[in-house]
Ligand binder design. Structure first.
Ligand SMILES: Nc1ncnc2c1ncn2[C@@H]1O[C@H](COP(=O)(O)OP(=O)(O)OP(=O)(O)O)[C@@H](O)[C@H]1O
Ligand SMILES: [Mg+2]
Length: 306
């Protein structure tokens, strides 16, 4: 089952110690976190959305989106557009709702009992939450990759072509071509081309994650959703995935959750900072890391807060 099961494993704490921009001297005066304090008091806040992202061509548009797990609200009034053909990073402290928001986009939260949503999301203009939405069809339009690589217990080849097979495609030529194309795009073809019939479980963690990316793109999704795709990988495998994300972004829109500030700075064009289920600041990555509008964003990306 490609879409069943969610990633609920324990969360890594890595990342915030290895921050990208720690060159400024420590501030001695107390920084006033106006937005964060208001969020903590449960008051509505106006996030700081930079101008270029207000009017962008959004492949995903999120309007007044709220989500509850039972009685507990996890997402509050999110309004944002994910720009077409770019990499956008979602950052924020553990539990702030990054994975929930990502899973809301392909309606994986439907699989969790007691989830209720309010508001709208659109993928290329078509509603994600209208009553008549074909959810299986929607998920085909969104490739998703999780924190831990999750190859199926089958051959490398069958893993990659699985989304096409469940869509009824059985022509060998078509499957073989798609398999090679996806494995090449995922920068793993050379490593596996002579062992396509062997079990995917025999690959290293980094190879398995690239295989999962190949599987996520084989059906040509409109957006690739990545939830901490490198957190289970060593630094070399992480670098390879980051290079891969940069390449893939030439063709796909990518939305990536990461705890690693350097990774957000390296791979993304835009960054959204979330806190306690709310959007705090959203702008071009260079601005978010170098000249953010809010002191709390600056403190978070430099590892002094969160
Ligand atoms: N299946 C669930 N049932 C109930 N509450 C949940 C469920 N999944 C997440 N939550 C709660 O929703 C909030 C947001 O969780 P989420 O997993 O989206 O955070 P996150 O930002 O991805 O955190 P992390 O960085 O640790 O992965 C948290 O308070 C969490 O406890
Ligand atoms: Mg998460």
């Amino acid at each position: 089952m490609p879409y069943a099961g969610t990633e609920m494993s324990e969360k890594p704490t890595q990342g915030l110690r290895h921050v990208a921009f720690q060159t400024e001297p420590e501030k001695t005066q107390r920084v006033e976190y106006r937005v964060i304090e208001a969020i903590r008091r449960g008051e509505p806040v106006d996030p700081s959305v930079h101008a270029s992202l207000k009017d962008c061509d959004g492949v995903i548009e999120i309007d007044s989106f709220n989500l509850w797990y039972g009685q507990a609200q996890a997402i509050y009034d999110i309004n944002m557009k994910i720009p077409r053909g770019e990499v956008t990073a979602l950052i924020g402290p553990s539990g702030c709702g990054k994975s929930t928001l990502l899973r809301s986009i392909n309606r994986m939260n439907d699989l969790i009992g007691g989830v209720r949503v309010d508001g709208r999301m659109r993928l290329n203009g078509s509603p994600i939450y209208a009553p008549d939405v074909d959810v299986i069809g929607l998920r085909k339009r969104l490739g998703m990759v999780f924190q831990k690589p999750n190859p199926f217990p089958m051959s490398i080849y069958e893993n990659v072509v699985y989304p096409l097979r469940i869509d009824g495609e059985n022509r060998r030529r078509v499957l073989e071509e798609a398999c090679e194309r996806s494995l090449r795009s995922a920068a793993i073809w050379d490593e596996v081309k002579d062992r396509l019939k062997q079990s995917a479980l025999g690959l290293s963690g980094g190879q398995q994650q690239r295989l999962c990316i190949a599987r996520a793109i084989v059906a040509d999704p409109e957006v690739l959703l990545l939830d901490e795709p490198c957190s289970a990988l060593d630094p070399i495998a992480t670098l390879r995935i980051e290079e891969l994300i940069t390449q893939i972004a030439e063709k796909y829109t990518v939305l990536i959750v990461t705890h690693n500030m350097q990774q957000a700075a390296r791979v993304s064009k835009n960054t959204a900072f979330m806190y306690l289920g709310r959007l705090v600041e959203y702008g071009p990555t260079a601005d978010i890391f170098q000249t953010p509008a809010l002191p709390e964003t600056e403190q978070y990306v430099t590892g002094r807060f969160g």
